[in-house]
Design a protein around this ligand. Structure first.
Ligand code: 5GP
Length: 190
């Protein structure tokens, strides 16, 4: 998606450790015009698949999942929680995810009430790097015996290989911008 690529080139910052900082439009301040276009694009890419639920992880995936839903018949958005709370009860699915940006493992949980075997699910997230977050959500979808039909990502860091591993497994992964290289702060796309 050219609009997203232009935003990354104009406003993205490459930080040490292969981190692309996009706080100005995706991760802290949100560019709603861009988000709306992303939502439309996900809806176009994943139309006619019978998606009845969009799954993501808090926090940055939520806005993207919501704009996708608005263009996909307002299907419910469910997000995995990263923080343990007393309210979560006992009846939840859980998966371990290693966070690339925080360099630690965390547990993502989803109340069993919100995913069932009848669900046809689209995963949406802001970034795809090593694929850990998507793998964690796939684990939960498997536990719930639900069906996964695709993964929609705003920015994939292609050089980390997570997206291609998922595609090799036969999963439909659509990324709106795939960064192939960002050595020396210079960003190039696939
Ligand atoms: P993965 O689980 O695929 O290794 O990494 C994806 C997750 O880590 C995303 O949910 C995102 O929050 C975070 N992430 C990974 N790489 C980057 C990056 O370069 N920039 C930002 N802003 N987030 C990233």
């Amino acid at each position: 998606m050219q609009l997203l690529k232009d935003k990354i080139l104009n406003e993205g910052k490459v930080l040490p450790g292969n981190i692309l900082k996009v706080d100005g439009f995706l991760n802290q301040q949100l560019d709603i015009r861009l988000l709306n276009e992303i939502g439309k694009e996900f809806a176009f890419l994943f139309k006619d698949l019978g998606v009845n639920k969009i799954l993501t992880v808090e926090s940055s995936g939520i806005a993207l999942a919501c704009v996708a839903s608005q263009n996909m018949g307002n299907v419910p958005v469910v997000f995995g929680k990263k923080h343990k709370t007393l309210k979560r009860g006992e009846d939840f699915y859980a998966a371990k995810i290693f966070s690339f940006t925080h360099n630690r493992e965390y547990e993502v949980t989803i109340n069993k009430e919100f995913i069932s075997k009848d669900d046809v699910i689209l995963i949406v997230d802001d970034f795809l790097a090593n694929g850990e977050a998507v793998n964690g959500l796939m684990d939960i979808i498997k536990q719930a015996d639900a069906k996964l039909v695709g993964v929609g990502i705003a920015v994939e860091k292609g050089f980390q290989g997570g997206g291609d591993k998922l595609r090799e497994q036969g999963l439909r992964v659509e990324s709106l911008a795939i960064v192939e290289n960002m050595d020396n702060g210079k960003i190039t796309f696939r």
